[in-house]
Write a protein that binds this ligand. Sequence first.
Ligand SMILES: *[C@@H]1O[C@H](CO)[C@@H](O)[C@H](O)[C@H]1NC(C)=O
Ligand SMILES: *[C@@H]1O[C@H](CO)[C@@H](O)[C@H](O)[C@H]1NC(C)=O
Ligand SMILES: *[C@@H]1O[C@H](CO)[C@@H](O)[C@H](O)[C@H]1NC(C)=O
Ligand SMILES: *[C@@H]1O[C@H](CO)[C@@H](O)[C@H](O)[C@H]1NC(C)=O
Ligand SMILES: *[C@@H]1O[C@H](CO)[C@@H](O)[C@H](O)[C@H]1NC(C)=O
Ligand SMILES: *[C@@H]1O[C@H](CO)[C@@H](O)[C@H](O)[C@H]1NC(C)=O
Ligand SMILES: *[C@@H]1O[C@H](CO)[C@@H](O)[C@H](O)[C@H]1NC(C)=O
Length: 738
Amino acid sequence: MFFKGFLVVQTLIILFYKIHPTTATPPILRAQAQLSNLPADDWQKYVRAPASTMISPVRIVSSYTTGDVKNPEGFLAGKGTTLIRRQAAAGNTTAAGKPILDIQPQIVVDFGQNTAGFLSIKFGGSSSFNSTPGLPGLRLAFSETLQYLTNVSDFSRSNNGDSITPGSDQVRDIAVKPEPYTWTDDHGCEYDQKKVCVDGLHGFRYMKIYMDALSVDAPYTTPYGSVTFNSISLNYSGYHGTPDTFSGWIQTSDDNLNQWWFDAVYTNDMCTDIFRINDTEPRGAASPTLLGKVVLHDGAKRDRDPYVGDVAVAGKTSYLSHNIPLAARNVLADLADHQRADGWIPPASILDYTLHLMDYPLWWVVCSYNHYMYTGDIGYMQQYYSNMVKVLDTYYTSITNPNTNLIQKGLGSSGGYGDYAFLDRTGSVTYYNALYVLALQHAASIAQSLGNHVSDATRWTDRANLVSQAIRDRLFDNSVGAFFDGTCGFEPCPVHAQDGNSISILSGVANSTQAQAALDYMSRVMARPYGNAFYDNDGVGQGLSQRVYAFISYFEIQSRFQVGSPASALEEIRRLYGWMATHDPQVTAWEGIGVNGSLYQGPYSSQAHGWATGIVPLLSNNVLGVTPTGPGFSTWSIKPIPGDVKWAKGVVPGPNGSIKVSWNRDADQGLFWLSVSAPQGSSGIISVPVESSTKQVYLNSQLVSDGHMTKSDASDSEGYMTLSVGGGDNTVTVGYSI
Ligand SMILES: *[C@@H]1O[C@H](CO)[C@@H](O)[C@H](O)[C@H]1NC(C)=O
Ligand SMILES: *[C@@H]1O[C@H](CO)[C@@H](O)[C@H](O)[C@H]1NC(C)=O
Ligand SMILES: *[C@@H]1O[C@H](CO)[C@@H](O)[C@H](O)[C@H]1NC(C)=O
Ligand SMILES: *[C@@H]1O[C@H](CO)[C@@H](O)[C@H](O)[C@H]1NC(C)=O
Ligand SMILES: *[C@@H]1O[C@H](CO)[C@@H](O)[C@H](O)[C@H]1NC(C)=O
Ligand SMILES: *[C@@H]1O[C@H](CO)[C@@H](O)[C@H](O)[C@H]1NC(C)=O
Ligand SMILES: *[C@@H]1O[C@H](CO)[C@@H](O)[C@H](O)[C@H]1NC(C)=O
């Protein structure tokens, strides 16, 4: 009787569900509609690219205007002409009868943000003074910051060995002509291959123009006379990343994060350019095999040479924003084509491919893996697979100490080799070894994926485990809870670096206790108002404990997301990118930050460096949450790690179509909602945060977990519920069972 009645009730409930499906909709699914109502896509407002590639200054920095200048505003578009004049006042001559000049006329223009390209001036005409030979000479000095704006450019090719200019660009006007004459800043000299010379391309925000003549330019220029300017403009050089060119983007509840993501993309765009002989790094970088190809230069004003370590970050920024895979591929392929017989791969074309860096061949492996995963470029991977074998099995084995299983600087050819920061480290350096583990793991994944290299995969995985064990056993400093940097003689030095600790965490070398201890140590000891320093003390070099590299900080911040500490990851992002966004030149990401947040190498510093754009992969991979797990996003993972971000949406491009993700949450109601649209034929896992085991999880309105029963395709780990899904559209909703 009891049983019978129960069954009747059950049947009635089922009928009720069938007849009245809407009344039966659980509250969580009703909340879905509310959560899916995100603000409209208006990320376009963050894009920094100029509307046109011909750019005009936006402002005259009037405190710098000196001398006889009429209408300096004429340098701004559509504001008339500008006249500058310099002469001796009547009768004002030296005892020898030479005129004493009036004060030097000078104007400083501001292009509003860092930019790169070739300047042009439209002259209305000029006249000399007292019919002296020569025409008025103008000198141009460019700078990324007002701090380093002087009478010479903050960086000139002459700083790196090109000898035609003294650091400024010399212009000689053409005497009054019927039509305005346009002068363009093309590298070279106007006379005798050594007089009236210009640098060519500049990366800058500010430009000073002043009337002056170099004695070496005589008799062609004089330091007086008058000149009329009709306009000045810059022909932007770099990838012109207007809103229509974005195949990937992100928008979140945090306006600063959004702006910094787009600022970083703009930085990388300035560095994405055709490799040209006259504006590449002058120190032997102008390789014929790169000429005419689109590449990722390391910086916009310098070095203008693609370095493979930089591509580890810049490449991801490129794939995730405009997806121009050729820019990274051209660099990686060219460097592999210059592999040395012992397996070492040069870091860049500089010094005709002979700059000795110890870590960059490992970055080449990591970048090749990234390239394969983000683009699915199997042709590249097959063509250069044997180069990877040689890097790992010939070069790095030749500098490994068989007694410790660790790479040891000083063995084989490695003695005088530097690294991304040109540090003089010695012995078994944690960073080199942890990066070796990461490269071996990535190489093993590639071997596995290509299918016919299973024995390589096994060998590399075994070696990665062996090196990991050696790092854990020999290089962890229990007294502070962080990995040592390297050794002094046979003993570890009491120095700890951000790079070795971060990459040990990323590669899984550090166990969970060590990882947490190392992250705590870095937060405690290395935090500066402008980011986290890359050393805890100055044991390896003066000032290193005050220096911040956004490049290597990327790996620390990624490891913070990876261990599930988004609050500390976002806090570090805000200190680092917040500093750069609020200090001259603003907008673009810097090569390095020095003591007190300064330009770490003075005027030589590059304030627009692709390797500093890690915020792009950090937010797209972790906050939006999209990462490739198979070549070309054939498989993928979507795992938002929100921290204090309330909602996010965006697109990640792939070769077979993009992955679109939106998520939103309601902390008060304990709800999380995520919607994914991925290419048909792909598959992946969706991981959603579940704060307690009493949560219900719905996949496409079907209950997959109520916190007690877990379906076989759903697993719960570390506060996340993970679901395996195919391509197409999927929606996941998490909430309390009500
Ligand atoms: C002559 O030129 C000098 C140097 O610019 C200046 O200081 C001085 O006032 C001028 N004298 C006259 C009479 O213009
Ligand atoms: C430019 O500035 C440098 C350094 O301040 C100085 O040595 C040099 O004389 C200046 N040159 C001119 C032409 O003013
Ligand atoms: C590079 O500059 C030189 C002068 O320094 C000039 O003769 C040559 O034409 C330029 N080459 C290109 C490709 O612009
Ligand atoms: C700007 O530079 C590009 C690339 O060098 C060139 O093709 C174009 O003609 C230039 N535009 C102007 C207006 O000089
Ligand atoms: C991590 O490694 C250290 C040193 O080998 C060891 O003492 C500790 O127990 C390990 N922790 C975990 C969680 O494995
Ligand atoms: C950095 O700032 C501190 C505090 O203002 C100051 O004492 C120190 O001299 C500065 N160091 C440098 C190198 O500017
Ligand atoms: C892209 O789609 C094609 C056709 O469906 C498929 O053969 C290929 O494997 C896919 N590539 C990736 C990287 O998913």
